[in-house]
Design a binder for this molecule. Structure first.
Ligand code: FES
Ligand code: FES
Length: 171
């Protein structure tokens, strides 16, 4: 039996200990915010935190999380740093298709939890394992700086919704 916690919930399971953590999160716990991209620890889509450190859940067997604390995208917004990161993501309108973004947010949150004011080079180094096919890298970097308080959001404010035009009266 393997004992660990996921998002503060105690887990005890007899599932095959070689099962990837990602499979267990998605199929057994229905935590589908963590995504499957490459399955080979190459893209970062499956990033979660294990004892606060970013980790590739696709290539982490359940046996490796025994006694550890797993945090997923479903919970990260309840932490102060994770909340700041998610707010900045919204302010900077980072997301395009969204597939890579839970992994991006998990890695960014781990970075800012250790380094409150990362430089561009430190951001790029920390985020280099998170691949985005939509090319949101500049917005990711900007959002991390907004979350760090290093710059104000420069994203345009959403346009005010105009009232629907009234139909013209017939002559
Ligand atoms: S799915 Fe895990 S790194 Fe790509
Ligand atoms: S937002 Fe589409 S892959 Fe990153």
């Amino acid at each position: 039996m393997i004992l660990f916690t996921v998002n503060g919930q105690r887990i005890s399971t007899n599932v095959d200990p070689t099962t990837p953590l990602l499979w267990f999160l998605r199929d057994n716990l229905d935590l589908t915010g963590t995504k499957y991209g490459c399955g080979m620890a190459l893209c970062g889509a499956c990033t979660v935190h294990i004892d606060g450190e970013p980790a590739r859940s696709c290539s982490t067997p359940l046996s490796a999380v025994a006694g550890k604390r797993v945090t997923t995208i479903e919970q990260i917004g309840k932490t102060p740093v994770g909340k700041r990161v998610q707010d900045a993501w919204i302010a900077e309108d980072v997301v395009q298709c969204g597939y890579c973004q839970s992994g991006q947010i998990m890695t960014a949150t781990a970075l800012l939890s250790k380094n409150k004011a990362p430089t561009d080079a430190q951001i790029d180094a920390a985020m280099s394992g998170n691949i985005c096919r939509c090319g949101t890298y500049n917005r990711v970097r900007n959002a991390i700086k907004v979350a760090a308080g290093e710059r104000a959001s420069t994203a345009p404010a959403p346009a005010a919704k105009s009232a629907p035009a009234k139909p013209k009266a017939k002559a």
